[in-house]
Ligand binder design. Sequence first.
Ligand code: GLU
Length: 447
Amino acid sequence: MLHERLASIYDNVLSRNPGEIEFHQAVREVLESIGPVLAKHPEYAESKIIERICEPERQIIFRVPWEDDRGEVQINRGFRVEFNSALGPYKGGLRFHPSVYLGIVKFLGFEQIFKNALTGLPIGGGKGGSDFDPKGRSAREVMRFCQSFMTELYRHIGEYTDVPAGDIGVGQREVGYLFGQYKRITNRYESGVITGKGLSYGGAQVRTEATGYGCAFFVEEMLKARGTSFDGRRVVVSGAGNVALYTIEKVQQLGGVVIACSDSSGYILDEKGIDLGLLKQVKEVERRRLDVYAERRGDGVSFVSGRSVWEVPCEVAMPSATQNEITGRDAEALVRGGCVAVGEGANMPTAPEGIRIFQEAGVAFGPGKAANAGGVATSALEMQQNASRDSWTFEFSEQRLREIMCDIHARCLETADEYGMPGDYVAGANIGGFKQVADAMLSLGLI
Ligand code: GLU
């Protein structure tokens, strides 16, 4: 239920941004949490902070022409939404996926504002991407696409302005091509203009692992807060991309048994616990489908085609694929199957109905804004290292990541307590992130 003033702000967001359903969903979730903050802090409403936060500072949409391997011209659409720079330069990844349109980029950019605030590091919120589909494209096609994309994007970004990184479809390879083109066009070796770079040219240790590791650390904290741990627990991770792989790695190190993961073709069920070396070989090195994993792993491992991985009963669920992948029905099935904790490695993977079901059932629910903030936090550490022309060790970087995740966890719980909603990580994350940005905006005047 929305407080009266917030309901009218939400109606306005709907009418100003027609058809952008993911953006509406992300806004609504935050507005549903911040009613009690407005009651305590009338200055936010007086200065129209919420209306301002819901309107991006700048939205850039551009044409991306490129030539495929057959010499045919292809046209895609590129986006960069610079949402909020009250806390620092716009920061957020680029997503290359056929589903990308303005509504997706805006939902991601909006989430990013609060997530980035929660890290406690000086980064604003932004997001970008394209409807380019990397699936089935050769490395040279991907390179040509990235070069064309950067040929427009370069004029909008910069170490002190806007710092992109990866997201779905954009990993270290793509970041390399993008950075290479930026460097060529500008004639500047401006390492801090993009994060997620390779270690040989200014990348940071633990950045590749950061989102997954961070999510595992966050869930470990949620379990600890309930007097338990990962030890021996059955864990299901959705996805098989960067976030999923490194979630599996850290969960295994923390004693959990990851029995299933998925890709767009279906899921694998491996009761003995996933063989991560084989999974990385199939997904990262060969870029193939999960049936190849099942075939090579042999005995007792099944590949289930075209079904949701959330039908597998587990104690901990870590959705690490994409938005709205856990529906209300999935959440009901998970609760019935004995799920006690959910950590969102992806952005907004649980539909609102699913969140309600988890919370009513008393499941510890860690929303993406908090649980997957380790990726962008480590990007901010990469920016720090680039600015000081330094590079930290793996151990030190992982330690920093762990501290940041513990701090975010504590801040969510403390904020939820302060506002009379103990244990509600959604409220804690939304209120904590919102307050920090709102206070900065108040101090900066009418921006
Ligand atoms: N795309 C990631 C996220 O959703 C990382 C963004 C970044 O490192 O800037 O937070």
